[in-house]
Design a protein around this ligand. Sequence first.
Ligand SMILES: [Zn+2]
Length: 173
Amino acid sequence: MAIISCYECDGKVSDTAASCPHCGAPSKSNALIINNNLMTNSELLPPILERTQNRELIYFDNTSVIVSNTRVLTTSNGKTFAIRNIGAVQKRVKEAPKLAWIIIGVLVAAFGHSSIVAIAIGIAFIAIGLSLKHTYFVCLTIADIPNHAIQSTDENLIDKIIQAINQSVADYR
Ligand SMILES: [Zn+2]
């Protein structure tokens, strides 16, 4: 057994380890070359290889976020989280102040003595309020510290990623 440097994070890894304990990158001989033709966008995929083969299994891949049996990888900012280090997976929501804009819009229209200009401004405020979107986060707790690992206004996408991470964490244990 020898200690080598991880090819992704430069952390110290045993050459017999199946994956890096720091970033979750699979050992190079086991690394699955991610073939975009194999992965359908935004589809939750079943593990495509047997775990006994000691290969990297892909649970989710939409090219910007990849969830495998060893890691969560965000290709946009290059952040990786090793599955083995994840203590909890949670969904968090940062609510957009929709109601505040709508209330201001109603008040402007009402206190402008219902003039055309006041109503127009009021409607504009209400339209802004309605167009604002909540932001959803995949929150990963690592060493008791919560990290907002992935964010999107697409709640369905966040739900799919969380489902894939939960599956990977469950299979890992
Ligand atoms: Zn590493």
